[in-house]
Design a protein around this ligand. Sequence first.
Ligand code: SF4
Ligand code: SF4
Ligand code: SF4
Length: 255
Amino acid sequence: MAVNVSTIQLGGCSGCHVSLLDVGKAIFAGGINVVHSYLLMDKVTDTIEAETDLLIIEGAILTNKDESLLRQMAPHVKKVLALGSCACFGGIACLGNLKSPFKGNKGNNLKEHGHKLHPLICSPKAFIDIDFFVPGCPPPADIIRDTILALIEGRPVPEIAHTVCDECVRERNYKAPSIPPGGKWKTLLEEAPDPKKCFLEQGYLCLGRQTIGGCNAGCIKANMSCEGCRGPIFLYRNFRKFSDKEKGEILKCLK
Ligand code: SF4
Ligand code: SF4
Ligand code: SF4
């Protein structure tokens, strides 16, 4: 029997939906019946027209509209999957909470479009229980496929408990410095790194040791150091615990 799936985009860039589309017919040909998605359907609507077995959320809570959309959908969904780092733990969208030279203009662009910036930009888990987390910016299509197929077929969702370093094949002597030589990390623009050697051991910052694997060290293969887009490994091991704790803390901040 087909599973009714809805997708929504909150404060996101559509990159996670593009990755979802990359999954292709592995899921869209058979097991999934898309009932609500203004990015995947040829129909623009905010209303829910059918009960949803699985709600896939892209993006963080960025505006007041994001919160009300989520509250409107919550009673109609059975299970929720956070797709991408913005939905899992706030991701790049949360940089909007930081003080910046643009602070005076914070939210001006949103106001022009009739939206109000949320008092605290955060993961949707502040307002809805999330059952499955697929981090990444965006998440790799094969992980999305394996997770959704497992859900449809009633199997356990695959666990990824290793780091990007575990997937990296660069030469290393496991004596990488925690502090760079001279106190300053080199940048990729200054000098091209040796494509065969560990970035850290060459004096470039690389977050592979702390970051959840699964991306097959894609950036490293392209001679770019890991920026940690899949999130810290401790978070993955404790997603449920972290999620519950953060939910309470975020709601306290909003009162
Ligand atoms: S996780 Fe990355 S790709 Fe996905 S919505 Fe956020 S910024 Fe875009
Ligand atoms: S720190 Fe980066 S370059 Fe070095 S082994 Fe880990 S992922 Fe590879
Ligand atoms: S190598 Fe790091 S930054 Fe690149 S996709 Fe993997 S986790 Fe993300």
